[in-house]
Ligand binder design. Sequence first.
Ligand code: IPM
Ligand code: MG
Length: 359
Amino acid sequence: MTKNIAVIRGDGIGPEIVEQALKVLNKVAEIYGHTFNYTDVDMGGCAIDKWGNPLPEEMLKKCVESDSVLLGAVGGEKWNSVPGDMRPEKGLLRLRAGMGVYSNNRPAKIWKQLADASPLKKEIVDKGIDFIIVRELIGGIYFGEHKTEEENGEKKAVDVLAYTESEIERIGRIGFETARKRNKKLCSVEKSNVLDSSRLWKAVMHRLAEEYPDVELSDMLVDNCAMQIVKNPAQFDVVVTENMFGDILSDEASMITGSIGMIPSSSLGATSCGLYEPIHGSAPDIAGMDIANPIGTILSAAMMLRYSFDMPEEADCIENAVSAVLDDGFRTADIMSDGCKKVGCSEMGKLIISKLSRK
Ligand code: IPM
Ligand code: MG
């Protein structure tokens, strides 16, 4: 099969982690007889420097016209003082909206080899951590009106959190469908004791539940959910939630699995053209030092093969190779523990490639 992949290296550690993921994809292409063509796309701080815009229109067009997009990370201190709507992160938000990828899937699964790297007590980890956060990605407060104005002699800042029923319904369906393919437990997370948008969220989820009688729906307030994720993560199968809550809870969920550097994500909308990115940021403090963990990006590439290209065997091949390298005791600095062998970003990439083979 031939697939055209738009590649956004981005800022900070972005270029080095993407490099490793592309090497992995090239090896997979060689093993399975596929052709992956790559088109470079500038987005984020590097696009601001080059084009004065975090996502120029023609760059978005390249993404929309591709079969899928692989992204490293964007942002960094260097661009902290640029106006809000020209920040590197705004490029990412515009990319997600422009591609229409409303459903962001963030797995929180502990690798057995990394149980020691989790900050949770062993007895909690031993009960198992394996759930998915389905995050609404192109609505809510990140996409509402933002403004800062003068009022009564002081500044006032406003960010609007709005959801329509149809926006909630389409992400709700993804939540139910995802649960249906797993252990059939869906937890809808909101703040319905305070927010109107959450009360609507909850009502729509319960209306949808009637269409999915095989899925057990529960409700949880977001503050309680933050607590339950560290207290008893084994209770979760699929969590569905709005954009900002999902952003925050997915960072928390990733950390209990050992390292945010391990977690991939997929974002999909109405077509098979998806956006695949690790959930971590651009980590400018370690950029260019060859010590970043490329596994989140490599696993994102695996998700691309699985969910957008219908190549489950090839995706398994990558995931098994990652597991084999962890079995051999190799670790990047973020997941290092006693008795393991510390390796850098490019070495980790090489080790994973050495384990890729056709079953
Ligand atoms: C994430 C990030 C982004 C988000 C930022 C960089 C805009 O935190 O993907 O979780 O908030 O969605
Ligand atoms: Mg985030």
